[in-house]
Design a protein around this ligand. Structure first.
Ligand code: ASP
Length: 698
């Protein structure tokens, strides 16, 4: 369907479907404009839709929602102050923590601009413009192109669109793919690279309940933090920011969650979903569990090493528990079985409509690919996992790859190694040193090798067999860590600039392993590209059938682009006979305080909370917004566009909503803005920040 037809049809479909916006759907700014304004008003939106987004100006309240290091955040002052989650800025807090100045434990408040702390690699992007480039991108692939060729030309086209877009100074652009290639959108954003930490609560508040409460309800976590974006050395003045709601929320209230949801997989076929379950989440749960144990065991009773691995441990634990939640939710909700039944209905419908015969063929092909990929899936998973595990291994492979890519013209390089990426790659390699504790890193590497050595005959990693296959893997690994210079920051940064020949001449054993691994990594990535090319050919055909069969708008999967979800504050029934209320208060936090981590509140909170009024301060609340990872830090706003909270999590029963939305349990968790105000006023005495957060006009 042409985009204009799609939009017309979309608007009609919306008018005809009054309950459409109950929760489900992560809508793009462009889609919101096509929705029936009366319907949105009925839901609770009090602003004209054009206040949310004006495509001509590339601005609106939605532009106050920023992407901050893969999380979401919102401007809350005219001087570039950004509110996001504590867990989103945890890396910056760690960057500035030492045993004698432990900001992780004690928190941090900048009482003046000069005290704010720079985040080395933190960047903020502010959306400016969305342009549909579907016709241009799809036209780039010649008819009859092989899948690998298709993937390459699409890639090249995207690069040239991005390069043209970034010729405007300060612009950061990307081409986002919707529905596997049904639509391509060029997104232009303003990038701000000077971002400084302004406020982080003590970890005992920002992460109250730790991994025990993560992904759970009832919840009492103060998952807030603040940063400030600077431009040309001065606080950035955004065109829009969210005023703070005066009245907070109550059950039944309309809210919107605005942010950058990362990745969902609802458009996959049931067989593809099963592949994800078996080889992505199941293996993740196993390997990440081993990595977590490796980090914990090797840093036990070592305060400084614990700080060093804190951010890694936190993010691994989050992903690990997420994987468990996905697996449990898939089984409990019978999501894959439901997808299968849905596909059968679509297939039966399409079978009598010749216009969709290609869609049916495409689906069969996608399924066949999913089963063929199983043959090397465990190896593929391990090769992919290199980017999340041992830093030494990751750095060694990146250094070798960078040197190889540098020999090519910029436009021919892999996207991650183009000139525009090199400064940030270098910064990350630099900053990673703060997270590198070699004994822990080595233990993670060992867990990876142990799994690689157990691979089946058809999917061996030859480099691992050659270097570690002699039966003395651990000894060899210890030798590697003792002799390599990759773990030394100054040496590593020098390697970063060296050619292949210079790197080879170093005879560094870890680099040697990376050189051996390089052709296997390349072959795996080429296979992946071929797969992407096939998906770009097949998925749109199948999705066309699915969407036409639905006869109503189907929001596409999350892809880290700006989305809005419309919702209401409400509780749910997690299981038979149990009802959860949608709000918690400081009283519940005090009740959970045992004095033992992760339920150990700082004395200042206990003191400030003594009054009866304080106990009533609202803390967390639930809504039925459609969110996922990446929505962390999303402004939760009321119908007037005023901030009432910040999204930070989902409930356990809803983790698998990445595969399918279930209105009975689809609940996101926000931290109430009234708790932040109480914290800043009564605990931190941070008058400067309280003054800066503007209450909404009455
Ligand atoms: N807590 C989540 C995250 O880590 C947010 C979510 O997935 O709902 O990204």
């Amino acid at each position: 369907m042409q985009l204009s037809n799609f939009i017309r049809w979309f608007a009609c479909a919306v008018l005809a479907t009054p309950t459409l916006f109950a929760g489900e759907g992560k809508w793009t700014p462009q889609q919101v404009l096509q929705l029936d304004p009366l319907m949105l008003r009925k839901q609770g939106l009090e602003l004209p839709v054009s206040r949310l987004w004006d495509p001509k100006r590339g601005s609106g309240l939605l532009a106050a929602t920023v992407n901050i290091g893969g999380c979401s955040g919102g401007f809350v002052s005219s001087a570039g102050l950004i509110l996001t989650n504590h867990h989103c800025l945890f890396g910056v807090v760690q960057e500035h923590s030492r045993p004698d100045r432990d900001l992780i434990t004690n928190g941090f408040v900048a009482r003046a601009l000069e005290e704010e702390l720079p985040g080395k690699t933190t960047r903020v992007t502010v959306p400016r413009k969305f342009t549909d480039v579907t016709a241009e991108v799809t036209a780039a692939a010649p008819a009859g192109a092989s899948d690998l060729e298709r993937s390459k030309v699409i890639d090249a086209k995207q690069k040239s669109l991005v390069a043209a877009c970034e010729s405007v100074a300060g612009s950061r652009c990307r081409v986002a793919v919707f529905d596997g290639g049904l639509q391509y959108v060029l997104i232009e954003s303003l990038e701000l690279s000077d971002v400084r930490l302004v406020y982080a609560p003590p970890r005992a508040i920002g992460e109250f309940g730790g991994e025990v409460d993560n992904w759970m309800w009832p919840r009492h976590t103060g998952d807030f933090a603040m940063a400030r974006a600077y431009k040309d050395g001065k606080p950035y003045a955004p065109e829009f920011y969210f005023p703070i709601a005066r009245n907070g929320v109550k059950p039944g209230d309309f809210v919107m969650v605005l942010g950058y949801p990362g990745r969902t997989v609802r458009s996959l076929t049931a067989s593809e979903m099963a592949y994800q379950r078996d080889f992505y989440y199941a293996l993740r749960e196993q390997l990440y569990g081993e990595w977590i144990r490796a980090l914990e065991d090797s840093t036990k009773d070592n305060a400084s090493a614990s700080i060093t691995v804190a951010a890694t441990l936190k993010s691994l634990s989050n992903v690990y528990k997420n994987a468990q939640g996905q697996l449990a939710g898939l089984a409990r909700g019978r999501i894959i079985e439901k997808q299968q039944a849905h596909e059968q209905a679509v297939s039966a419908w399409a079978a009598t409509r010749p216009a969709f015969s290609k869609g049916l063929e495409a689906k069969r092909d996608l399924d066949a690919r999913a089963s063929a990929r199983r043959e090397t899936a465990t190896r593929d998973f391990l090769l992919q996992a290199i980017s999340n595990g041992s830093l030494a291994l990751k750095h060694a492979t990146q250094i070798v790859r960078l040197a190889a890519e540098r020999e090519k013209a910029d436009a021919d390089r892999e996207t991650d190694y183009m000139e525009r990426e090199i400064p940030r790659l270098r910064l990350r390699m630099d900053r990673d040193q703060k997270s590198l504790f070699p004994p822990a890193d080595q233990a993670m590497f060992a867990a990876w090798i142990a799994r690689a050595l157990k691979l089946g005959a058809g999917e061996r990693i030859e480099a691992v067999d050659r270097v570690f296959g002699s039966g003395e893997a651990l000894k060899t690994l210890t030798y590697l860590y003792q002799s390599t210079k990759v773990t030394n920051l100054a040496e590593r940064l020098q390697m970063f600039d060296e050619s292949l020949a210079q790197l080879r001449a170093r005879k560094d054993p870890l680099l040697g392993f990376a050189f051996l691994l390089e052709p296997e990594l390349r072959a795996f990535q080429a296979a992946d590209k071929t797969h992407d090319g096939a998906v770009a050919r097949l998925r749109p055909e199948w999705r066309r059938a699915v969407i036409a069969h639905a006869g109503k708008p189907v929001a596409s999967d999350a892809n880290s682009t700006l989305r809005v979800s419309f919702a209401h504050v409400k509780g749910y029934m997690p299981r038979d006979g149990v009802t959860y209320l949608p709000q918690t208060t400081l009283a519940g936090m005090l009740e959970k305080h045992t004095g033992i981590e992760p339920f150990e509140l700082p004395r200042a909170i206990l003191e400030a909370a003594k009054s009866a009024d304080a106990a009533k301060v609202p803390l967390n609340f639930l809504a039925d917004a459609d969110t996922t990872g990446g929505n962390s830090g999303s402004p939760t706003v009321n119908g007037r566009g005023e901030m009432v909270g910040l999204n930070f999590d989902r409930v356990w029963e809803n983790v698998a909503n990445d595969f399918g939305y279930n209105p009975d349990v689809a609940r996101n968790i926000s931290v109430d803005i009234r708790f932040l105000l109480w914290l800043l006023k009564d605990v931190e005495k941070a008058d400067n920040l309280v003054r800066e957060l503007q209450p909404a006009a009455r």
